[in-house]
Design a protein. Structure first.
Length: 264
C-alpha cells in the first residue's frame, strides 16, 4: 500500500434533507464544488427541484444511501431525524434553528451514539466572532465598557434581535460571568431612562435584501472598539456545513460545534 492509499479518504456521500429549500439548494452547489464529497440524494416534500439526484420521501431511505446527512429543515423534523440517524448510525450536520428543550434533548441523546455537528450559524467568520466576543467580554468589564450589538437584515426577517446577535450577546455575557437574560436591553424607544450599568444592548435595523450584518461595540469614556461581520451570501452557511461534514467523518460519537470544526 503506497502513501497515497493510506492518506486518502473515500468520497463522502452526503444526503441533504429539504433539498428544495433555500439552504438545500445552496448545499447542492457547495457539495458539487467539493472534490471530497458527492450528493447522494435528498428528501423533498414537493416534486419539483433538483432532478439530477435521487429524492426520497423519508429520511430513512436517504440515510440508507448516505454516509452523512446535512439537515437544514424545520424544528418539527428534529425528533424523528434524531431517532432515525441514531438507529442508522449515520453522522449528522444539523443547522435547523429554534429547537425547544425537548428537541435539543433528542439531539443530545443521538449524539451519544453518532457524531453530530450542531450550530446556529455555520459561517466560520461568525464562529470566530463569537469566540472573540467572549474574550472581549472578559477583558472589557461592564464597570468600564458599555457593550452594544447592532444588527441589520433583509426586510422579510420576522424576528429581532437575530439569533446570531443573541449568540454574540450570550458570548459577551459568558465572558463577563453573567446571564444575558439578567442584563439584556433591547428595543429602546421613548423615555427609557439611562442605560443599565451592566447592560448588554441590542438594536435591530431592517432593509433591502441584506443577508446579515452584526457589529459588537465596547465603548468607554476614553476609547471604542468594534467587531463587525457581514455575510454577503447564504452560500457561506452551506460551505461551512460541508466543511463541518468533511471534518465530522473522522470524529467519534459526540456533540460538536462549529468552533470544534475550526479548532478554536
Ligand atoms: P426553507 O423554508 O427555504 O427550507 C426548508 C426545507 O425543509 C424545505 O425544503 C421544506 O420542504 C423542508 N421541510 C420543512 N418542514 C419539513 C418537514 N416537516 N418534513 C420534511 N421536510 C420539511 O428554509 P431555509 O431558509 O432553507 O432554512 C431552513 C432551516 O435552516 C431554518 O431552521 C433556518 O433557521 C436554518 N438556517 C440555519 C443556518 C445556520 O447557519 N445554522 C443558516 C440558514 C438557515
Amino acid at each position: 500500500m503506497d502513501t497515497h492509499q493510506i492518506m486518502s479518504l473515500p468520497v463522502l456521500r452526503i444526503g441533504v434533507t429539504g433539498l428544495n429549500g433555500r439552504m438545500g439548494q445552496m448545499l447542492a452547489l457547495s457539495i458539487a464544488s467539493s472534490s471530497e464529497a458527492i450528493l447522494a440524494g435528498g428528501t423533498s416534500r414537493s416534486p419539483t427541484g433538483n432532478s439530477s439526484c435521487p429524492c426520497f420521501q423519508s429520511i430513512d431511505e436517504l440515510a440508507a444511501v448516505s454516509d452523512l446527512i446535512i439537515d437544514f429543515t424545520h424544528v418539527s423534523t428534529v425528533i424523528n431525524h434524531a431517532r432515525t440517524l441514531e438507529k442508522a448510525g449515520k453522522a449528522w450536520v444539523l443547522g435547523t434553528t429554534g429547537l425547544s428543550e425537548r428537541e435539543q434533548a433528542a439531539v443530545n441523546q443521538a449524539a451519544t451514539h453518532i457524531p453530530v455537528v450542531q450550530a446556529a450559524n455555520f459561517s466560520p467568520g461568525v464562529t470566530l466572532a463569537l469566540s472573540l466576543a467572549k474574550k472581549m467580554g472578559a477583558a472589557l468589564p461592564a464597570s468600564l465598557y458599555d457593550a452594544e450589538i447592532v444588527e441589520m437584515h433583509h426586510r422579510q426577517k420576522v424576528d429581532a434581535p437575530s439569533g446570531t446577535a443573541l449568540a454574540i450577546g450570550e458570548a459577551v455575557a459568558e465572558g463577563r460571568g453573567v446571564r444575558l437574560s439578567d442584563v439584556r436591553e433591547s428595543g429602546r424607544d421613548g423615555h427609557t431612562g439611562p442605560r443599565g450599568d451592566n447592560a448588554i444592548g441590542f438594536a435591530a435595523l431592517r432593509g433591502g435584501q441584506i443577508v446579515g450584518e452584526h457589529t459588537l461595540l465596547f465603548t468607554s469614556g476614553t476609547e471604542q472598539i468594534s467587531l463587525t461581520h457581514k455575510a454577503f451570501d447564504r452560500r457561506i452557511f452551506a460551505d461551512g456545513a460541508v466543511r463541518a461534514a468533511l471534518w465530522l467523518r473522522e470524529q467519534p460519537a459526540g456533540l460538536y460545534g462549529m468552533e470544534d470544526v475550526l479548532g478554536l
